[in-house]
Each structure stands twice: as C-alpha cells, then as structure tokens.
Design a protein around this ligand. Structure first.
Ligand code: SF4
Length: 219
C-alpha cells in the first residue's frame, strides 16, 4: 500500500513540476507576445502607418509547428486587423483543409504589418523596416516549418533579393539553425489567375501543401 502511495505522490510531484514549467513557458510567451504587439502598434518606421486603418499582427496558434507568412495585409485585413480574412483568407482555409488542418493549427502573419495603399507590392524599404517584427514572431513561435505565400514573402523570409517565384518553388531552405522554409503561391494567385495558368498554380500549391504536411510530420 505504501509503495502505491509513494508512486502516486512521486507522479503528482512530477506533474506539478512540469505543470509549473509549462505555465512559466506560457507566461514568457504571452509576455513577449504582448511586448511585440505593443511595439508594432506604436511603430512609425515607414510611411504605411499613416494610411493603415489597423495594424495586422498575426493570428492562430503561438505554439504551432507550422507558420504561414504572406506579403502584406489587403483591404479586408486592414479593416479588421486580422491576417488572411476575406476571399484570400477563405482560399487559405480551403488550402489548409486539403491537408487536414485549420487556421487554429498554424500561426499566420505577413511580412508587412500595415497595408500598402491600393494593395501595391511591398517596397524593399518597407520590407526592411518591418522585417524585424517578423523575425521576432519567428523567434516567438519557433515553428518547425514556414510556408511562404507569394514571392515577396519568400524573398523577405529567406533574405534574398530575387522576387522570381521560380527561384523558390520546389526547394526546401533552412533558416535560423534548422527552421525549414518552403514556398508556394499566395492564395490570391489562385483566385485571380485564369485558364491554364490557374490550373498550373493549383497543381503546384497542392503539391507544396502535401510537402509541407510531410515535413511538419517528419520533424
Ligand atoms: S509596415 Fe511595419 S515598419 Fe511600416 S509602419 Fe507598419 S509596422 Fe512599422
């Protein structure tokens, strides 16, 4: 009986110790997340702060293994302050569903936290001003794999000059000592392309998503 009681006490102490550690990690995450949010909200490093309705920081699971990075907020995201809502967001949900995931299983953000007026392509200067926040998000979430959506996101995350999508497709890169990075098209590319081009993009995206799931599962 004493033996059973002792092992029960030991098990409870083990649980208590690990629960405390879990709470400490969670508190640390939340503290850093709050600080990051406040730094972004107060940022005026580039002119986009003056035209943005809302800063769009990120959404989803801070402990996710998979992080999705887009280029910049669009009109609907700017209105609501949430990344990937509206039509592109719905397409992204469809993409995630294809590999059995939902938006709550991943962390989602953009390179730029403010919308460029008229959905203009992000400039190099804007990306350079904002990239520090994305780097802090990557450090915070510590994903196993990042999926970049679109050529601007690929070049910013991988710190490369080229905006040519073909330089990033069908490759697996590595950043920050082990985080895998793969690239695919932005959901808007599926929405707004037509005919044969649309088919090609859809096939590419489907294959990239399967690769993403495979890499996340292996790590
Ligand atoms: S886009 Fe980024 S760097 Fe520019 S003002 Fe917004 S948060 Fe700051």
């Amino acid at each position: 009986m004493d033996k059973v009681l002792n092992s029960l006490i030991n098990a409870l102490q083990f649980e208590k110790k690990h629960f405390r550690k879990y709470i400490a990690v969670t508190e640390e995450l939340e503290k850093e997340d709050t600080l990051l949010e406040s730094d972004i909200m107060n940022c005026r490093k580039c002119s986009l702060y003056s035209t943005a309705v809302n800063k769009v920081i990120g959404s989803g699971n801070l402990s996710a293994n998979i992080m999705l990075v887009g280029e910049a907020p669009g009109e609907e995201e700017d209105k609501r302050g949430v990344p990937f809502v509206g039509r592109a967001g719905e397409k992204l949900e469809e993409m995630l569903k294809y590999i059995g995931l939902s938006k709550n299983d991943v962390y989602i953000c953009n390179v730029l936290k403010c919308r460029p007026p008229h959905n203009a392509d992000p400039t190099r200067e804007q990306e350079e001003s904002c990239i520090v926040f994305l780097k802090r998000q990557i450090k915070l979430v510590k994903p196993k794999v990042i999926l970049t959506l679109g050529r601007h996101a690929a070049s910013a995350v991988l710190d490369k000059e080229s905006k040519n999508m073909y330089e990033y497709l069908n490759k697996v890169f590595e950043i920050d000592g082990g985080i895998k990075v793969i690239s695919t098209y932005h959901p808007a590319a599926i929405l707004y392309s037509k005919g044969e081009a649309k088919n090609k993009i859809r096939i590419q995206v489907a294959s990239d998503l399967v690769k993403l799931k495979g890499i996340a599962g292996e790590l």
